[in-house]
Design a protein around this ligand. Structure first.
Ligand code: NAP
Ligand code: HSE
Length: 429
């Protein structure tokens, strides 16, 4: 390495992703110079607990004192893989103010404070790169910001949470219970420290906020995204989906006609022959529709130590190249519009409704009449599982406005002949 320039790097966090980044730095160490013309080297690692055993990690690199990193003028790149909003936000702002380039996998932060962080990066002329924050190892941020920059993008849709995709796959393919599948996903390092954000769809919503902001050049934050998770999906819904030739996936969907944006995350029945139906386990996939490229699909591992580290290392190499060419901060915030986000009531979809009803003449007619009177057209009705004076009915609707469906459901809840609304799931198409 004599005579070759070294770029000191601080790694904040040494958990699942930080451990993967550390390992990949070791694997790549001889190839950094030929790839980037300089050698990024981890010289400091920030952790919370200095006593935790860290096999294979040089203990002299560890610190629990942020001041040692932000106050070290030699450090040119800070990789933030601690997670959460604070203190990560403050540390990133301080690092940028100190002229350090920042690479982060933190979707919580980018989905809520992206504008503030970009403004700080622009002010200091530093790189702020976040490829790992969406869909783990899949290259999607840079392709959308750069390779697809010549398009008007009208749709971004995909499976962007590995944990829920893993759970739904194991429930459907292996008949595993929800809780066993979640436990396994945690063991494999896919789930967040608190898996509620995975299971309730918030993790996917954060990623969709980031993707929509880039796709439509207009800032979308977490609060703009309508979110429903998978915790209410039952084995029975999965079995009906199979009977209907579909599978259940947690989808993130964002569309724009150039005037407004719709952004939502929810479970959906998708036909078994749809390409997304074949995306299983912790794999993620993102579809992008642009007016020039037409359809483009990105597929890969959306979580886990090395796939996520792959995205981080790509950002490190990009930053090293930019440092060498004195052009950090070249691609910053790309939001140059301000489009409103539509309320979910104004969006349209097909729906699967599963209800427990009284088993007597006239009930089906009443259900059909409520739906019809509220502008909800029925595509299919299935009735089975008659037990005593109860029956289960499943209604598949045509494409209807969400507000019309909600009006119908409000009436159903007041009707004694309808004993339970067991499931309301959107259907693709
Ligand atoms: P993790 O396993 O919980 O690791 C977090 C690491 O950060 C730990 O080493 C912890 O230190 C350290 N840390 C946390 N708070 C700290 C603080 N206040 N000060 C100093 N160190 C602190 O988390 P992870 O799964 O690696 O996720 C890290 C980030 O990557 C998150 O933003 C996550 O959303 C994102 N991400 C994760 C994945 C994935 O597959 N896991 C994929 C893409 C993106 P100790 O070791 O001392 O506890
Ligand atoms: N918990 C996330 C997932 C990790 O399951 O996809 C990647 O962000």
């Amino acid at each position: 390495m004599a005579g070759r320039s070294v770029i000191p790097v601080a790694l904040l966090g040494l958990g699942t992703v930080g451990g993967g980044v550390y390992e990949l730095f070791q694997r790549q160490k001889d190839q950094f110079f030929p790839k980037a013309g300089a050698i990024p080297m981890i010289t400091r690692i920030l952790v919370r607990d200095m006593k935790k055993p860290r096999p294979g990690v040089d203990p002299s690199l560890l610190t629990d004192r942020w001041e040692e990193i932000v106050g070290d003028p030699e450090i040119r790149i800070v990789i933030e893989v601690t997670g959460g909003i604070e203190p990560a936000r403050t540390r990133i702002l301080e690092a940028l103010a100190a002229g350090k380039n920042v690479i982060t996998a933190n979707k919580d932060l980018m989905a809520e404070h992206g504008a503030e962080l970009f403004a700080a990066a622009e002010k200091s002329g530093c790189d702020l790169l976040f490829e790992a924050s969406v869909a783990g190892g899949i290259p999607i941020i840079r392709p959308m910001k750069q390779c697809l920059a010549g398009n008007n993008i009208s749709e971004v849709m995909g499976i962007v949470n590995g944990t829920t995709n893993y759970i739904l796959t194991r429930m459907s393919r292996d008949g595993m219970s929800f809780s066993d599948a979640l436990k396994k996903a945690q063991e494999l390092g896919y789930a967040e420290a608190d898996p509620t954000a995975d299971v309730e769809g918030t993790d996917a919503a954060r990623k969709l906020a980031i993707l929509s902001s880039i796709a439509f050049h207009s800032r979308v934050v977490l609060g703009d995204v309508h979110v429903e998770g998978i915790s209410k999906i039952t084995a029975r819904d999965v079995a009906y989906a199979r009977e209907l030739g579909c599978c259940v996936k947690l989808l993130a969907v964002a569309r724009s006609d150039g005037e407004s944006i719709e952004a939502r995350v929810h479970p959906m029945l998708i036909p078994a022959e749809h390409p997304l139906a074949t995306v299983n386990d912790a794999f993620n996939a993102v579809f992008v529709h642009g007016d020039a490229v037409d359809d483009a699909m990105f597929l890969g591992r959306g979580a886990g130590a090395l796939p996520t580290a792959s995205a981080v290392l790509g950002d490190v190499i990009e930053t090293v190249r930019n440092i060498r060419c004195h052009c950090t901060g070249r691609v910053g915030c790309t939001c140059y519009r301000q489009l409103p986000v539509k309320p979910v009531e104004d969006t349209s979809s097909r729906y699967f409704l599963r209800m427990q009803v009284e088993d007597r003449p006239g009930v089906l007619a009443s259900v059909a009449s409520v739906l019809g009177n509220n502008g909800v057209s029925i595509a299919q009705i299935i009735q089975k599982n008659r037990q005593g004076d109860s029956a289960e009915i499943v209604v598949i609707t045509d494409t209807v406005l969400e507000r019309h469906l909600r009006d119908s459901l409000a009436i159903f809840r007041e009707m004694s002949m309808i004993r339970e609304i067991s499931a309301v799931i959107r259907v693709y198409g």
